[in-house]
Design a protein around this ligand. Structure first.
Ligand code: NAP
Length: 306
């Protein structure tokens, strides 16, 4: 049975990934969107989620693609209207928001999915399997991209709750928390915050994972080639994930992978969850980001201007 879907927040990620993935998935039919300034051809268009759900009682599930600040109220309205919810990453601006949504979804018998698209990168599951039987001796995350390329003009990323460089960095944390056999516990963080902004443009992090040091280096000003790498040394060989989890090297040798299809895989998972009225809520990556904001040293650096 096709799931009639609404989408909220038609911005960069909705257009780049969600709309094509939904269009290609026979499990879903996009019937409406809600966005204050954008429209999508061929479906009903509304200014806000309340108007959309009131006008289209046939909508069964809603995909929320707005920035994290304010997503909570949208998701709450959708659940209270009896519809299933899929949340873009990060699932909220605070941990409590997400816990409360989980309680509401559970009490209502509705699906809530906190998506972590990078976990659906094609090499992530093989990496998790390879590491599951090994002892790790060191791991390092190197996540460097160009904010002007991936978030052009998006001031919300610099506001409280926008996470700054943790907006991409949380993708690395979502992979690390999935593939490393032991939980990560933050030990130390340094956050470089532009003097005219609220959120960091770079960060250095050190975690403990069952006695092993795991380090991370995030930077949002890297132009030219972009770096989304995780390197793991074990007692019996090394593993490298490159390209955000699309490429796998074992002991330096490339392991051939099928096509990388993160968002089609996310929607396939959402369809399964809706069919089972099940929840998939994981806040581990957001918790580590929150710990870095709680525990980190702040260093003021040059102002950031687009
Ligand atoms: P975006 O381009 O700014 O789009 C978000 C859309 O949400 C806006 O266009 C806006 O559309 C709507 N919106 C509703 N309330 C808003 C508010 N208070 N401030 C700003 N926009 C508001 O952002 P995006 O890049 O698509 O990111 C959205 C989410 O997807 C974020 O959580 C981000 O982490 C995640 N994501 C982004 C990327 C990426 O490469 N950019 C990749 C993966 C995941 P209207 O003005 O029409 O309402």
């Amino acid at each position: 049975m096709t799931i009639k879907l609404g989408l909220v927040g038609v911005g960069k990620i909705a257009r780049d990934q969600h709309l094509p993935a939904i269009a290609a998935d026979p499990a879903f039919e996009l019937v409406a969107v809600a966005s204050r300034n954008a429209r999508v051809d061929g479906v009903d268009n509304f200014h806000d989620v309340a108007a959309m759900l009131a006008a289209r009682p046939d909508i069964q599930a809603v995909s929320i693609c707005t920035p994290p600040q304010g997503r909570d109220a949208i998701a709450r309205h959708v659940l209270e209207s009896g519809r299933h919810v899929m949340l873009e990453k990060p699932p909220g601006a605070t941990l409590t928001e997400v816990h409360d949504l989980e309680d509401l979804a559970r009490a209502s018998g509705l699906t809530l999915m906190t998506t972590w698209h990078s976990r659906h990168a094609v090499a992530v599951e093989p990496a998790r399997e390879w590491l599951s039987s090994r002892r790790i001796t060191r791991a390092h995350i190197n996540w460097r991209e160009d904010v002007r390329r991936w978030h052009p003009g998006q001031d919300w990323v610099w506001e409280p709750g926008g996470l700054g460089v943790f907006d991409p960095g949380i993708n690395a944390l979502s992979i690390a928390t999935h593939i490393l056999p032991s939980a990560l516990v933050l030990q130390e963080a340094t956050l470089n915050v532009p003097a005219n902004r609220q959120s960091p443009v770079a960060a250095e992090l050190r975690f403990d994972s069952a006695g092993t040091a795991v380090t991370a280096s995030f930077d949002w000003l890297q132009t030219g080639p972009q770096t989304w790498d995780i390197e793991v040394e074990t007692e019996t060989g090394s593993l490298t994930l490159r390209d955000g989890g699309a490429t796998l090297l074992l002991d330096g040798e490339n392991v051939p992978m099928p096509k990388n299809e993160e968002y089609p895989s996310l929607y396939a998972r959402f369809a399964e969850l809706v069919a089972a009225r099940a929840l998939d809520v994981d806040v581990a990556p957001l918790r580590l980001a929150a710990d870095a904001f709680l525990r980190g040293h702040r260093v003021l650096v040059d102002e950031f201007h687009w």
